[in-house]
Design a protein around this ligand. Structure first.
Ligand SMILES: NC(=O)c1ccc[n+]([C@@H]2O[C@H](COP(=O)([O-])OP(=O)(O)OC[C@H]3O[C@@H](n4cnc5c(N)ncnc54)[C@H](O)[C@@H]3O)[C@@H](O)[C@H]2O)c1
Ligand SMILES: *[C@@H]1O[C@H](CO)[C@@H](O)[C@H](O)[C@H]1NC(C)=O
Ligand SMILES: *[C@@H]1O[C@H](CO)[C@@H](O)[C@H](O)[C@H]1NC(C)=O
Length: 463
């Protein structure tokens, strides 16, 4: 891309200089030539300016042609275009089929969106382990350290699970995947998560949680043959300003406290529409603060661990009135995985085909929590014990910009319908998390070890 602005610039300057010499030797500095002189200087300066604007110096040009990775768009077009160029290749098709075909002849064939994510990677492994076929789809966006997503991908690939690098809003990619293999189920976990990040990047929530979800449902309703059954992740955040306890599926969910919650609530309403019009079988799962090994670096338990190990102070929230402590119904990943598999196994078939409903289809919504809220102060206490380091605590009032003070799940509906019963308490689950954390980030000395691995946690809190 080298351009010759310098050469033409010098040519113009030389021409201009010789012009100056000519008028000097002729000594024709009359009033009119002075005017011409000034106009020419002005014109030459303008020309030089124009050239500089259109052809910036080579160094800054090559910089701007390769934007830094962190600025990568959340709906990356580069990843989907690289995927689509290889979509028709035999090796791509073989990988998809090999990954999606169940080992067990009565097994499911599941498209897992967000498979490189925290919950998605765990669910993919659990499904594969019991003989189901699994194909992953993830855009590996940089909302948090993509290298963690790539590590989860490597782990899945060791278990013969292939993750397609693409976006859920890419309808033609989705159609291609459904043409290649008739998935019986979609486990839809891809989303823009996090509560406070919505103030910095609101559109990412609309793109993934609304536009992306609709693209997926469109393909499932109209192109997929047969229509798959869909299980997807909503969130406990839909309870918003609800104060009835414990949260039941019968409670109000029309007062979201964050844009994230609003897009999850919108997803529940959109699910109702696609179930009603097209006969899609859809199950929404309201997860309550999921934690564990391979977890999300933007969540409190994760970045508290990082800060405590490196001696940095942590910010612990108390409620707005200052009287109470913020508490969460922390749910261990293995319990959530069992809930997801239970929902998949009890999902009825969709009833429509080719965009036409043939009869009533199943529409469900379930809480998946732990049923025992723990104050964040106690979470810190458990971490201090496990890490052998005292935390430097900074207690402040929780800003009223998204998070709710308290969550507590009533899971009797999930227990009744598919035997969901959480079995891991916070101390046991955090022990497993910390064990993974120190191993993954290569922390040798538990007390003085610096946290390696280049994780970048800039969020204040997200639960
Ligand atoms: N972890 C929790 O505590 C929790 C609580 C409530 C709800 N949820 C929901 O559960 C689901 C899984 O959460 P998680 O904790 O595993 O989050 P995660 O961020 O680790 O996983 C989501 C994955 O989806 C991918 N993704 C995002 N947008 C995409 C798009 N447009 N196209 C393709 N891939 C995309 C991301 O790259 C990521 O790997 C999400 O829907 C989340 O909103 C999680
Ligand atoms: C989603 O895809 C559609 C076309 O398939 C496009 O028009 C739309 O802009 C996309 N939305 C986002 C948020 O990227
Ligand atoms: C939990 O919800 C069920 C309905 O799903 C209800 O019958 C039960 O009373 C609730 N339990 C509590 C403790 O509120």
């Amino acid at each position: 891309m080298a351009s010759p602005p310098d050469t033409s610039k010098t040519t113009k300057l030389e021409r201009y200089n010789s012009y100056l010499r000519r008028i000097n030797t002729a000594r024709l500095l009359t009033l009119s030539s002075q005017l011409l002189f000034r106009t020419t200087i002005l014109a030459a300066l303008l020309l030089i300016l124009l050239f500089t604007l259109h052809h910036p110096p080579l160094s800054s040009f090559s910089f701007s042609s390769s934007p830094p990775h962190s600025h990568r768009s959340l709906l990356s077009s580069s990843s989907s275009s690289s995927t689509s160029s290889s979509l028709s290749s035999h090796s791509f098709q073989r990988q998809v089929l090999h990954s999606a075909t169940p080992r067990n002849p009565t097994g499911l064939s599941v498209l897992v969106t967000g498979a490189a994510g925290f919950v998605g990677s765990h669910c993919s492994l659990a499904l594969k382990k019991r003989g189901d076929g699994v194909l992953g789809l993830d855009n590996f966006n940089s909302y948090y350290d993509p290298s963690l997503k790539r590590s989860r991908q490597s782990l899945l690939s060791k278990h013969s699970i292939f993750i397609v690098d693409g976006d859920i809003n890419d309808s033609s990619l989705l159609k291609t995947l459904f043409d290649l293999t008739p998935f019986t189920h979609i486990l839809h976990l891809a989303a823009q998560a996090g509560v406070r990040y919505a103030m910095r990047n609101p559109q990412s929530y609309i793109s993934s949680n609304i536009a992306g979800f609709v693209s997926l449902l469109e393909v499932a309703a109209k192109s997929a043959d047969p229509q798959p059954s869909i299980v997807w992740a909503s969130s406990s955040s839909v309870y918003g300003l609800n104060v009835e306890n414990p949260f039941s599926e019968l409670h109000r969910t029309d007062r979201p406290a964050s844009l994230y919650a609003a897009t999850k609530k919108a997803g529940e309403e959109i699910a109702h529409t696609y179930n009603h019009i097209y006969g899609l079988s859809i199950t929404g799962l309201r997860f309550f603060t999921v934690y564990g090994p391979w977890g999300r670096p933007d969540m409190a338990y994760f970045f508290f661990t990082k800060s405590i190990l490196s001696g940095k102070p942590i910010t612990v929230f108390k409620t707005q009135d200052g009287a109470g402590e913020v508490a969460r119904d922390f749910t261990y990943i293995d319990d959530v995985v069992k809930g997801c598999l239970g929902a998949l196994d009890t999902a009825e078939k969709s009833t429509g085909s080719g965009g036409k409903k043939k009869g009533q289809a199943q529409l469900r919504i379930y809480n998946l929590g732990n049923t025992s809220p723990v104050p964040v102060g106690k979470l810190v206490g458990i971490l201090e014990g496990l890490l052998g380091v005292k935390a430097k605590k900074n207690v402040v009032k929780m800003p009223s910009n998204g998070d709710v003070p308290y969550t507590h799940a009533n899971v009797s509906l999930a227990e009744h319908d598919f035997g969901y019963r959480p079995t891991t308490d916070l101390a046991a689950g955090l022990r497993k998390f910390v064990k993974w954390y120190v191993q993954y980030y290569g922390i040798k000395n538990k007390v003085h070890g610096g946290v390696g691995g280049g994780i970048d946690v800039s969020e204040v809190a997200s639960v």
